[in-house]
Design a protein around this ligand. Structure first.
Ligand code: HEM
Length: 502
């Protein structure tokens, strides 16, 4: 463990012990006093605010939230408070913001159905620091632009069909380089390689493995910075992440600059075929809502963001999927049966086609159950555009709202025996609407959901058709921070079996 890590851990432990004891003292005086919150403004005092507490000055309840995040018990953070206040909504203060948490399926529905009328997307300030833009437009404007830009590539069928071809090539090459001939591997490290190769192939058009490794060297520091204590001093996680982001952005900016020279000053829109084969050119010719081309540094920032988001969510899901398939041999056998049938029905090209993914029903149910139990994300944030009435309370204009997927994914009211791994929950019509929300919901739902589905299923198809595996460390401890992964990188023993793959 690095010295700086030990130092910050100590500070955190001392600080949190102090804060938690103070917090219990405050609890009796702070609960349910809608009118007397020390931070409530005069206007807020007129409103019936949801019950809750604002915790300590500046940090609010961030520490308790943070400590629960480290243990993977976000669910407890929400349920404890909903029980304490006997409500479906409570107020808190996180990340320096007055915040409300809607912890039920009705809350999810309300939030996701009122996008842009009552709520707009909001990201913690840290996001702007890690992925800065040259103008001072709010995050919402950049997020909207990004959605428009990536839509033809990862949301439209034509773009996704092209992505499948790239995923096929990347996965075959990946198996050949990193898995073939090995008796034992550390699955987590290899999965990281796969997701980064995919991101760099699709978004940067780069398939040289050495070049990819060079570009993404600091990616884990960037990932950690997202969830770090917001202290930017030399040696802190945040400081390392900011530095890594700057380095990665400048490498990608150089690639963009080179591309700009070849593209010239052409502003014509780029056809879909080229968008997929050359996403950077598409971004260079993309005009924003004011008809302006984007600056190279902003394109670089968006690209680092895309590679990083895809990486964070995908590597954790795939690693936990490999672990769960080892823990449940019968589930593995059923996935293999399905994937073998698909492999034997392929044409002579040996490539996966769009239609094949529709046949992967059982495999997808297994992946959904992995999302439910081990979702890499926590949820998302919104900001109220006006005073919002909900369940008899008012959420004032400008307050933040946090939705957490664990509050429904782990709730026995919606999923019987929630701790049990059971892919059959997703058979037939599957879970009720707004209970299973790994990608969020409504118009703000994760734009990478289809890309993620195809990337995970391609990986599963090729891996299970070639290998069975067992864990070398049974019951390996899980770390939940920054995302869920086994602490020792999931070492597995491989058994190569004769596959139908062409
Ligand atoms: C296992 C895979 C993934 C999961 C579970 C996941 C989940 C999520 C969630 C929960 C959100 C927040 C939505 C909200 O605030 O309501 C989100 C946002 C986002 N995701 Fe994903 N994601 C995954 C993969 C990806 C991939 C592969 C990409 C891109 C290639 C991507 C791009 C984005 C972007 C750009 C946003 C921000 C959208 C906005 O602010 O409008 N995601 N994702």
């Amino acid at each position: 463990m690095e010295t700086s890590h030990i130092f910050w851990s100590l500070i955190l432990v001392i600080f949190s012990t102090f804060c938690l004891s103070l917090h219990h003292k405050l609890k009796s005086t702070n609960v349910n006093r809608n009118k007397s919150s020390s931070t409530a403004s005069a206007d807020e005092e007129q409103l019936r605010l949801p019950p809750g507490r604002t915790g300590f000055p500046l940090i609010g309840e961030t520490l308790d939230y943070y400590l629960n995040s480290r243990k993977g018990t976000h669910f407890k953070f929400v349920m404890d408070r909903m029980e304490e206040f006997s409500t479906k909504i409570f107020r808190t203060s996180l990340l320096g913001q007055k915040m409300v948490i809607l912890g039920t399926v009705e809350g999810n529905k309300f939030l996701f159905s009122n996008e842009n009328s009552l709520f707009q997307v909001w990201w913690p300030k840290m996001t702007d620091k890690i992925f800065p833009k040259s103008d001072d437009q709010p995050t919402q404007v950049h997020a909207k632009r990004l959605r428009y830009m990536i839509s033809p590539l990862i949301q439209k069928v034509d773009g996704l069909r092209e992505c499948i071809g790239i995923m096929d090539d990347v996965m075959k090459r990946h198996l050949e380089i990193y898995w073939k001939g090995k008796d034992e591997v550390k699955a987590a490290a290899l999965v990281k390689k796969y997701t980064l190769s995919l991101g760099c192939n699709i978004f940067l058009g780069i398939n040289d493995q050495n070049e990819i490794d060079e570009i993404v060297t600091g990616i884990d520091d960037i990932e950690a910075a997202f969830f770090a204590v917001p202290i930017n001093l030399p040696g802190t996680t945040l400081s390392r992440g900011l530095k890594a982001s700057k380095v990665m952005r400048s490498k990608i900016e150089a690639i963009i600059r080179h591309k700009r020279i070849h593209l010239g000053s052409k502003k014509d829109s780029v056809p879909v075929q080229t968008i997929v084969k050359d996403f950077i050119s598409h971004m260079l010719s993309f005009e924003d809502e004011n008809g302006q081309l984007l600056k190279e540094e902003d394109i670089a920032s968006h690209l680092v963001g895309l590679i990083e988001v895809g990486y964070t969510y995908l590597h954790s899901t795939l690693t936990m999927l490999i672990k769960i398939l080892a823990d449940h041999p019968q589930v593995y056998d059923s996935v293999l049966k399905e994937q073998k049938e698909i492999a034997s029905s392929k044409d002579s090209s040996g490539r996966l086609k769009w239609e094949d993914f529709r046949k992967m029903k059982y495999s997808w149910n297994v992946i959904c159950e992995v999302f439910r139990l081990c979702s890499p994300g926590v949820g998302g944030f919104r900001e109220t555009l006006t005073d919002v009435k909900y369940d008899g309370y008012t959420i004032p204009k400008g307050w933040k709202v946090h939705w957490l997927l664990h509050s429904t994914h782990g709730n026995p009211e919606y999923f019987q025996e929630p701790e049990k791994f059971d892919p059959s929950r997703f058979e037939g019509d599957g879970p009720s609407p707004y209970t299973f929300i790994p990608f969020g919901g409504g118009s703000r739902m994760c734009p990478g959901n289809e890309y993620a589905r195809l990337a995970i299923l391609s990986f599963v198809h090729y891996l299970v058709n070639d290998y069975k595996w067992e864990q070398i460390i049974p019951n390996e401890k899980i770390s939940y921070f920054p995302v869920q992964v086994p602490v020792q990188g999931l070492p597995i023993r491989l058994y190569h079996h004769k596959s139908n793959l062409k």
